[in-house]
Design a protein around this ligand. Structure first.
Ligand code: SAH
Length: 464
């Protein structure tokens, strides 16, 4: 697979500085599936072209599959992967041009945000119908998509799904690389690796700025995430949040759903305030917010002088970045900044950094963990970190009956692994009391519905 980028920016050889690849040399890099060669077919003051040749070795990949005991077919040996742009190309871009894609150029930093006249040639890519147009044109590209015939000797057979693609635009190199990184595998639609939650982070870190306004954002997201409905919803929700408007995914006429949404938004506020109030009342001075998400609780606590140290922990770097934004991390006064700390950690592992706090809060976190992982969290929290006070909230499943149009077993959020009834919650709290040095008190949050209790439930554990 061959991809080239040409510029007529003057002096054109500055392209070498931005890409951190010297125009006079051929450089070869190994990636897990083969090799990437970078070279410059043309490099002078007026015109500079950099070429990336990705050499995939399907036979070597077959060996790996065989080691895993997978049964093999002819298509594992003979396929289009070595020839066409795909997720292998994205991997190569991320490996070889990561500094440029992240907008870093120490020697000439002023070049990073400059718009350059750029032209990309991709020798072969699968692009059905007008998809290349639909994906690239809204970003401002001029597109030329030349179809490759199914068989050159028999033109009457018509065209294949493949084309050679040329893209022209005036934009910063870093933007071009992120567009290619996301959109090439989206066109090809055949990722070479298992797509997990980490892929959502990749999409958002590379695409958040331009994807949220893209008319094809849903199709792009779905294809980037290999059709996974759960991950696609998660990514679209995050994109909508970053735009400040939570997208309505429900039927507008569905009063039950509208009501549910309104209840959920105000409920979350109420929940956070109840937790903050409890922490205050119990006299906590140092608090660790476990699964802090985008830092909403931390923001409330920061306003209260009583809290001398407020630490947020989350497994998601993306959430931590959002927390920094919400808390105005960069411009906070030194006095406030000193009281705050944020770090990444998985709550299912013992971590010394979680020790020594008066209180821990877990607001709507435990229901995101699978049962066996929840047990690991219990140990990490109650056996090792051992704060004097632990405040935990989780949805009350009994209350779901209020939303008449809905299956009562349907979970409120796609990432919830469970939702507990009041009895199940009490049983769990009791189990903690029996297993660790804690006593507990349970209360309900939000307005109660008939005899079903409030929408959310809270437990306060106190060390004995
Ligand atoms: N407490 C926040 C966010 C709740 S959403 C609030 O009330 O607004 C749940 C959060 O838990 C997410 O940010 C998710 O990234 C985090 N989370 C889920 N599993 C985790 C784990 N094993 N370790 C750390 N954080 C986790």
């Amino acid at each position: 697979m061959l991809l080239s980028i040409t510029t007529t920016y003057q002096p054109a050889t500055d392209l070498g500085y931005l890409l951190h690849k010297h125009p006079d040399r051929v450089q070869t890099f190994s990636i897990s599936s083969g090799q990437v060669h970078i070279f410059y077919p043309e490099a002078n003051e007026e015109v500079c072209t950099v070429a990336m040749l990705v050499e995939i070795d399907p036979v070597n990949m077959v060996r790996n599959l065989r080691k895993k005991g997978q049964s093999l077919m002819l298509t594992h040996y003979v396929n289009d992967r070595p020839y066409t742009a795909s997720s292998f190309t994205s991997t190569a871009i991320a490996e070889v041009f990561s500094t440029a894609m992240n907008g870093n150029c120490k020697s000439k930093p002023d070049l990073v945000d400059k718009k350059w006249p750029l032209e990309v040639q991709i020798s072969c890519i699968k692009a059905k119908g007008d998809l290349a147009e639909r994906f690239f044109a809204p970003l401002g590209y001029e597109i030329l998509c030349e179809r490759i015939p199914l068989n050159e000797s028999f033109p009457e057979w018509g065209d294949s799904y493949y084309c050679s693609l040329s893209l022209k635009h005036e934009l910063p190199i870093k933007d071009l690389l992120t567009h290619l990184y996301v959109l090439l595998p989206v066109l090809d639609y055949n990722k070479h690796y298992y797509v997990s939650k980490a892929e959502v982070e990749k999409l958002l870190s590379k695409g958040e700025d331009w994807l949220k306004d893209h008319p094809e954002k849903e199709l792009i997201t779905k294809r980037f995430l290999n059709r996974s409905r759960g991950l696609t919803r998660m990514a679209l929700e995050r994109l909508a949040e970053s735009e400040g408007e939570l997208e309505e995914e429900t039927d507008e006429n569905d009063e039950g759903n509208k009501e549910k949404e309104a209840v959920q938004i105000s409920l979350h506020r109420q929940r956070l305030e109840t937790v903050a109030e409890t922490l205050k009342e119990k006299g906590a001075r140092t608090v660790i917010d476990l699964g802090c998400g985008e830092g909403k609780l931390m923001q409330i606590l920061l306003k209260e002088g009583q809290f001398e140290k407020i630490t947020g922990v989350d497994v998601s770097v993306y959430e931590l970045q959002k927390a920094k934004k919400r808390l105005h991390w960069e411009t906070l006064s030194p006095r406030k900044r000193e009281r705050l700390e944020l770090f990444q950690s998985a709550l299912t592992y013992r971590d010394k950094r979680l020790e020594g706090y008066d209180a821990a809060a877990l607001v709507e976190v435990i229901e995101h963990l699978d049962a066996d992982r929840l047990q690991a969290l219990e140990r990490a929290l109650f056996e090792f970190a051992q704060p004097k006070l632990v405040v935990i909230t989780t949805p009350n499943k009994d209350y779901n009956a209020k939303f008449e149009n809905e299956d009562p077993d349907r979970l409120r959020h796609h990432d919830h692994r469970f939702e507990w009834t009041r009895q199940e919650f009490k049983d769990w709290a009791e189990k903690i009391k029996q297993s660790y040095r804690y006593d507990y008190e349970i209360s309900l949050i939000g307005e109660a519905f008939e005899d079903k209790g409030g929408p959310s439930q809270m437990v306060v554990f106190l060390i004995t």
